[in-house]
Design a binder for this molecule. Structure first.
Ligand code: COA
Length: 377
């Protein structure tokens, strides 16, 4: 096959590996984790249950769920020396940079360091999932100038994160909305950051390196950074009547309208539909519909003008805002959730590995004659 024929820009449609973890059915608007529809999981399961499912390939029995909850809770604490390094970082640094740096530091206190057996990898996976919320909350509390109370080992991962951020337990409805958002973002096939994690693992590098690379990929506005970009974009809009002309002008300038479009979904992103319900419910609870109405109008206009549907990032931002999460922490929140998917993919890749090394289509010059420096014009 010629290079031209086999080249697919952005690797679109290229099957780069086999997985049993999750699948996006773009034409049907369906996402499954290990065979279970994301809609069922978001409505009925907890993030801990979903994490067990992603790691083990099946839903946990009662004792197994209790065991994974306990394992996570025992790992919420982060060593003071890691928190000290965070304290030294300037608060002008994007929180994703702080997270990338601090997750990297966790390898220094890994008691299983150098052991890549499945058992050690499983313990490492739990550690990473448990400690990431603590790292994110610590940085948020530091920036907000609040008192750091640390994690609470009697709370679920979702409840504990909101507790650490606000310094007091949050209402059950907030915890449930956050838990559902974590479930919805936990995995998504071979998305860019997961692919990065698998590529790093394929060299037989370690889990920390893989997830640090993934955090770097997630940061970009075409990936995890889009939820933040949505909220910044919405700041331009004060009422629903301005939406149509604003969207049209933006499209005319060939600018993206964040929160719309997807490489795989050609219909509604199922995660967006569930978060839309949460966003609507929360708007009702506080009696503030403006944001929600603006987004709904945007949705109509984007469908009419570009036939583009909302993706998960359109609604997650307004849900997080209601939970009191600062905008610059929306992408780190995504990382908290996606950590569960990344570590599952790292373990799957390691279990059946072949180094990921695609080919390139070279379009540069060839057979040039080297000209000595002093003879170059
Ligand atoms: N706003 C405006 N135009 C958009 C758009 C958006 N959100 N998403 C796609 N398009 C346009 C592209 O400009 C392109 O137009 P063209 O054919 O005139 O050049 C066309 O739709 C196809 O999009 P393309 O960028 O080729 O699709 P992709 O599969 O490479 O990219 C995304 C997918 C998600 C990166 C893209 O839709 C995007 O940038 N969305 C905004 C960022 C975002 O919300 N990301 C979160 C993803 S969960």
């Amino acid at each position: 096959m010629s290079e031209e024929v086999s080249y697919s820009p952005g690797l679109a449609g290229v099957v780069a590996g086999i997985t049993q973890i999750s699948k996006v059915y773009g034409d049907e608007g369906r996402l499954i984790y290990r065979g279970y529809d994301i809609r069922d999981l978001a409505r009925h399961a907890t993030y801990e249950e979903v994490l067990f499912l992603l790691l083990e390939g099946r839903l946990p029995k009662k004792q197994e769920l209790e065991a994974i909850q306990k394992d996570l809770q025992q790992e919420y604490e982060v060593e003071p020396r890691v928190l000290k390094v965070i304290d030294e970082l300037p608060t002008s640094l994007p929180p994703m940079d702080v997270l990338r740096t601090s997750v990297s530091l966790l390898s220094a206190s890994d008691p299983d360091y150098g052991d890549d057996s499945p058992e050690a990898e499983r313990r490492r996976a739990i550690r990473l999932v448990a400690k990431t919320p603590t790292l994110v909350a610590y940085e948020a509390v530091r920036r907000l100038g609040r008192t750091w109370k640390g994690p609470r080992s009697d709370l679920s991962l979702a409840a504990n994160f909101l507790y650490m951020l606000h310094g007091e337990p949050q209402p059950e409805s907030f915890v449930a909305a956050f838990d559902a958002a974590l479930i919805l973002h936990a995995d998504h096939g071979f998305n860019a950051s997961t692919f990065v994690a698998r590529a790093i693992t394929s060299t037989l590098s370690d889990m920390y390196s893989a997830v640090v690379g993934a955090i770097g990929a997630l940061k970009g506005p075409l990936h995890g950074g889009a939820n933040e970009a949505v909220v910044h974009m919405l700041q331009d809009l004060k009422n629903v009547d301005e939406v149509e002309s604003w969207v049209k002008a933006r499209l005319e300038r060939k600018e993206l309208v964040y929160g719309f479009g997807h490489r795989v979904y050609k219909v509604d992103d199922p995660r967006a539909l569930i978060l839309r319900e949460s966003a609507q419910r929360m708007a009702k609870e506080v009696g503030q519909f403006e944001r929600f109405e603006i987004i709904e109008r945007m949705r109509e206009v984007m469908l009419k003008e570009k036939n583009l549907h909302p993706n998960v990032d359109l609604y997650s931002g307004i849900v997080y805002e209601r939970l009191g999460i600062p905008t610059e922490f929306f992408t780190p929140i995504f990382a908290i959730s996606r950590m569960g998917g990344w570590v599952a993919h790292v373990m799957e890749q390691r279990a059946d590995n072949k180094i990921l090394r695609p080919s390139e289509w070279y379009k540069g010059p060839d057979h040039l004659t080297y000209v000595p420096l002093e003879e170059r014009g």
